[in-house]
Design a protein around this ligand. Structure first.
Ligand SMILES: *Cc1c(COP(=O)(O)O)cnc(C)c1O
Length: 412
């Protein structure tokens, strides 16, 4: 813990419930703790380090760029940013990209695009966005309002106006919520923090049809699901439904802070000079790293290998759930975005895994997530399964007669 000047508060503002463990080094799929132990990293800083730690190719690109140019300004052209935008456009539904430093900012941009689309089409009264129960869109004031969970909003004054929340998966409720002020819909194709809850293809098709019928914009928050995590470049490719706007971040810089908001030409037609900006967003250092991430991710056969190892891991986990039905209930998710719904308290499961040297990430709905690097191999799957099984024994020893607690916790 960091030393405090005043006894009243730590020097690091205590907004997190932190685990008392720090890491001094990362290498591939492993993290090395200051406790002298090695951890198999199946959390990846929450779906960020898709290529593991200290990947030689990414380190080299970062070092070269660090010696060349860190930052200029969005008042000038940034060739690396233009290249990154062109590559994202070429590989997705989108025609244009705005770069940010985080997922929340990418969602702020998505919200602004949705509102601007309606106002620049002569309908400024349309500003409201439909979002979903269990969502997580980030911690800025508007992203929080989109998230809509009381426990995050409490104490921060009036909730930013303009968000209407309905039940996830309830198309009738969405239809009923559409009114004269509705501008668009924002949804995670699979809710991450909410507990790896997947929207069905039918639901997303229904949202697409409603948006087309009412001239609303459909925005996907792929901050967590995007960039290979699901086994495709973007998760919505599995579902056959394209959005008008999409926010991404987490894995884009493999740990270097960079996010992006992608949009079609039609959706972003109102985003003219002066309408949005960011000092750091898309700077030379960040975009050099993100271009290097795409070099690795868009290489031939990469997603096939992710899908292969993911289905191997899923099969193994299904066996674990079967065998340890007192601790786990089911396995859910897509690709390497995996959740184990727990019967034991997810926080206890995470602690037992950590004690054995495996890192997972808790989520809502009493789920523990497995978000390994996309470059894991069969041997890491075996290692994780062994650790999970050993931790099941530990949990049973720790609470032999106790009935399972239904407690649930969230990571963010
Ligand atoms: C993590 C996350 C965010 C917020 O990203 P930050 O970089 O923390 O602002 C937004 N949406 C989803 C789906 C996320 O998983």
């Amino acid at each position: 813990m960091s030393a405090a000047k005043s006894g009243a508060i730590p020097a690091v503002m205590p907004t997190y419930r932190r685990t008392d463990l720090a890491f001094e080094k990362g290498e591939g799929v492993y993290l090395y703790g200051v406790d002298g132990r090695r951890y198999l990293d199946f959390a990846c800083g929450l779906a960020v380090t898709a290529f593991g730690h200290a990947h030689p190719y990414l380190v080299n690109v970062l070092e070269q760029q660090a010696k060349t140019l860190w930052h200029s300004s969005n008042l000038f052209r940034i060739p690396g940013q233009e290249r990154l935008a062109q590559r994202l456009v070429a590989a997705t539904f989108a025609d244009t990209v705005f770069f940010t430093n985080s997922g929340a900012e990418a969602n702020e941009c998505a919200i602004k695009i949705i509102r601007k689309y309606q106002s620049s089409n002569g309908r400024p009264e349309r500003y409201r966005i439909i979002t979903f129960e269990g969502a997580f869109h980030g911690r800025t004031l508007a992203a929080l309002a989109a998230t809509g969970q009381d426990k995050y909003l409490e104490g921060f004054g009036p909730k930013v106006d303009g968000f209407d929340q309905v039940a996830f998966g309830d198309l009738k409720a969405v239809e009923a919520a559409i009114g004269p002020a509705t501008a668009g819909i924002l949804i995670e194709p699979i809710q991450g923090e909410g507990g790896i809850r997947a929207a069905t293809p039918q639901f997303l098709e229904g949202l697409r049809a409603l948006c087309d019928k009412h001239d609303l914009l459909l925005a996907f928050d792929e901050v967590q699901t995007g960039l290979g995590r699901s086994g495709k470049f973007f998760c919505h490719e599995w579902l056959g439904v394209a959005p008008d706007v999409m926010s991404v971040a987490k894995a884009l810089g493999n740990g270097f802070p960079i996010g992006a908001c992608l949009a079609t030409a039609k959706a972003a037609a109102g985003m003219t000079p002066g309408t949005h900006g960011s000092t750091y967003g898309g700077n030379p250092l960040g975009t050099a790293v993100a271009n290097a991430v795409l070099d690795l991710m868009l290489a031939d056969g990469f997603f096939d290998r992710v899908q292969e190892v993911a289905s191997h891991l899923r099969q193994q986990l299904a066996m674990v759930v079967e065998k340890h039905g007192d601790i786990f209930e089911d396995v859910r998710g897509q690709g390497l975005l995996i959740g184990l719904k727990c019967k034991a308290a997810n926080n206890d499961v995470a602690a037992a895994w950590r004690a054995r040297g495996l890192l997972g990430a808790v989520a809502g709905d009493n789920v523990i997530r497995l978000l390994p690097a996309l470059i894991i191999e069969a041997q890491h799957v075996s290692e994780a399964i062994q650790l999970i099984e050993a931790a099941c024994q530990d949990l049973r020893k720790a609470a032999p007669a106790k009935s399972p607690a239904p407690a649930s916790a969230k990571a963010n």
